[in-house]
Ligand binder design. Sequence first.
Ligand code: 5GP
Length: 189
Amino acid sequence: MGQSESKLFVISGPSGAGKGTLVARVRDRVPNLGLTVSATTRSPRAGEVDGVNYHFLSDDEFSARIEAGDFIEWAQVHDHRYGTLASEVDRSLSTGQSLILEIDVQGALAVKERFPEAVLIFIEPPSLDVLRERLLGRGSETPESLELRLHTAKGEMALRDRYDEIVVNDDLESATEELIAVLHRHERN
Ligand code: 5GP
């Protein structure tokens, strides 16, 4: 992202808040922003590619990577485990890039303990009703997984005050601009 210091940004928010879309848009407009590929035990959704969207691991493989100390953080989210590989973070930061980690709230708070200079950004849906509509629109949730994600969302929203920045994703374009402004502001600090 230019001449300024590289920073570690951590983005969280309820599933369906639009984090993935927002981060993809920001990456299109902000050059040299690294993104790590997390590991997960969940199965790929339609269109997801191993090594690109996630490293899709079996339960045993994931446990082995924990044992080996390969994760800077990992957490159980919904029914599966997700984790950030230290190798991915090192690779990105060693090139002097700023880095965005897109991880859940438990992971974000763990990263903040380990890297206090990390900037935690919470992406918030305009309301829980809007969140429900967006999750339904995605078409990939069963009634049970929808309820689980909404329940998790309420718990996540309760932790928003622990974040350095909050961006409400009401209108995609203005949220994209706001997020870019947040990144630039912190890179200059
Ligand atoms: P999804 O299954 O929808 O791709 O992701 C579910 C949740 O897992 C999201 O809230 C996402 O931020 C979180 N997540 C993805 N990767 C990681 C990770 O590496 N660590 C942690 N703690 N959470 C992650």
